[in-house]
Design a protein around this ligand. Structure first.
Ligand code: NAD
Length: 493
């Protein structure tokens, strides 16, 4: 009997592919290693799916599709609700697992279990509330009926940064709508998804409705699935370049697509902002998930008259952070996902400093096992610095000054991305003007975190297509049918 709780937990995580309700090895019996980014150590090996396994998962999703689509919505709803309840029972172990494989501090992992769980509850409620409409056509010659139907088998691809929430944000609406799925988590963090699949099975999801393939052979496996004529939808969360490639591969099948892609969020602080609130919001918007969130504030655009004070206060907060393995008490900054992420962060910071930015705190990788980069604040970031164009995906808060509202809007919108923006002002009319002027799918006005299962999450421009969550979320998995019938009174009047 193993008395190490982490080892015990890891031993219980399935290591196979889930296909047609059965856990099994990859066809060619290959495996790949999952690491703890805080130590660099291998924590588990899981099955490495080959193309044939992807096809088998499609077979299972396709076979299960007609029965699941015609299962009463209430029944589907209750399975999702049971999954929500089971997740609550296992919340501590799921949180710990996420911290082990992804690195986020345990308190944040618990927050993600709460947030990710909400998608199961929200879509269990939405499942039974899909409505159509019926009425006379304007000419009075017939009756129009509009109904909604599951799109069919879906391929769901998730990233490593929110292993649980990105899974439930896709699986819950798909199942609520009556779709079957093949789910592919990121190879860096497959374990949380495997446990979530186990929970869904336990909640009563029938065999073949949820199939999970873990793989490092992502390109060929995904392409085979995307080119399978039985597939009807792709939902992808990840980087914009990969999303663009998958959109191309989805063109032949004219697949329905939902794309949740990269961001470059502006965080605008006006001279009339409540600076205490702005600093709290900035810390949340920047350092949550060690800066590795698509919604992470990337550019802090601060009015010149308060820029120095804002920088002083956030620097003070950053100096009080504790960096370490996410399981340790009081840790606020965990490791980045891998050494490549550390190198990319270092490159962006060095480039900003070379362009004339001032380094106020941090600014280097931390010399210890694992992939750590120190929480960093830069002020006076100059136009032309790569950090203003690229998604940082690390714990670096970059400040640049502005002089008037028009300039703030111009800088904020000067990006190909449009996922989320944050604005701090106590002036109501100015806040309303910013709602209308900023080109993003979401906005936090005097708020530093916007994610909510009840809200339509998604971006404009290169940040994506479609919305996840909210009443909109289920419609990503439904297709519309309009039926015309003759006027039932024709000849009877
Ligand atoms: P990524 O694009 O490298 O990988 C995302 C997923 O796509 C992974 O499962 C990966 O295995 C898979 N993938 C990679 N190449 C593929 C290919 N050729 N064919 C099929 N699948 C492939 O992104 P990442 O590094 O895992 O995640 C970080 C990115 O995700 C950031 O850009 C971030 O902004 C974005 N993100 C967006 C949202 C959102 O809701 N908009 C949420 C979280 C993360």
């Amino acid at each position: 009997m193993n008395d190490n709780p982490e080892a015990r937990l890891l031993a219980q995580v399935p290591d196979g592919l889930l296909i047609g309700g059965r856990w099994r090895a990859a066809e060619d019996k290959t495996w790949f290693a999952v690491h703890d980014p805080a130590t660099g150590e291998v924590v588990k090996e899981v099955a490495d799916a080959a193309v044939a396994d992807g096809v088998a998962a499609m077979d299972a999703a396709s076979d299960a599709s007609p029965v699941w689509a015609s299962t009463p919505a209430r029944e589907r709803a209750e399975i999702l609700r049971r999954a929500f309840d089971l997740l609550q029972e296992r919340k501590e172990e799921v949180a710990l697992l996420m911290t082990i494989e992804m690195g986020k501090p345990l308190a944040e992992a618990r927050g993600e279990v709460a947030y990710g769980g909400e998608f199961l509850r929200w879509f269990s409620e939405e499942a039974a509330h899909v409505q159509g409409r019926y009425g006379a056509n304007p000419a009075g010659t017939g009756r129009m009926t509009v109904t909604h139907h599951p799109v069919g088998p879906c391929y769901l691809i998730t990233p490593w940064n929110f292993p649980l929430a990105m899974t439930t944000r896709k699986v819950a609406p798909a199942l609520a709508a009556g779709c079957t799925v093949v789910l592919k988590p990121a190879a860096l963090t497959p374990l949380t998804t495997l446990v979530m699949a186990q929970i869904l099975q336990e909640a009563g999801v029938p065999d073949g409705v949820v199939n999970v393939i873990t793989t490092t052979r992502t390109g060929p496996v995904s392409e085979a699935i995307l080119r399978d004529p039985r597939l009807r939808k792709l939902s992808f969360t990840g980087s914009t370049p990969v999303g663009q490639k998958l959109l191309e591969q989805s063109a032949d099948g004219v697949l329905r697509t939902s794309m949740e892609l990269g961001g470059n969020a502006p965080f605008v602080v006006f001279e009339d902002a409540d600076l205490d609130k702005a600093v709290d919001g900035a810390v949340a918007a920047k350092f949550r998930n060690i800066g590795q969130a698509c919604t992470a504030a990337n550019r802090f655009i601060v009015h010149r008259s308060v820029a120095e004070e804002f920088a002083r206060r956030v620097t003070e907060r950053v100096r009080a952070f504790r960096t370490g393995r996410g399981t340790e008490d009081g840790v606020t900054i965990g490791p980045l996902i891998d050494d490549r992420a550390v190198a990319k962060t270092a490159e962006l910071v060095d480039d900003a400093v070379a362009h004339g930015a001032t380094l106020l705190v941090g600014g280097a990788a931390i010399d210890r096992p694992g992939s750590f980069y120190a929480a960093t604040v830069l002020s006076g970031v100059r136009p032309g610095s790569a950090i203003l164009r690229e998604e940082i995906f690390g714990p670096v808060l970059a400040i640049l000054p502005f002089d008037d509202e028009d300039e703030a809007v111009r800088i904020a919108n000067d990006t190909e991305y449009g996922l989320v923006s944050y604005v701090y002002t106590e002036n109501l009319a100015r806040g309303q003007r910013m709602i209308e002027r900023l080109e993003t799918g979401m906005m936090g006005l005097n708020v530093g975190v916007v994610s909510d299962a009840a809200a339509p999450f998604g971006g404009w421009k290169l940040s994506g297509l479609g919305r996840e969550g909210g009443p909109e979320g289920i419609h990503e998995y439904l297709q519309t049918k309009y039926t015309l019938t003759p006027d039932p009174f024709a000849g009877a009047r």
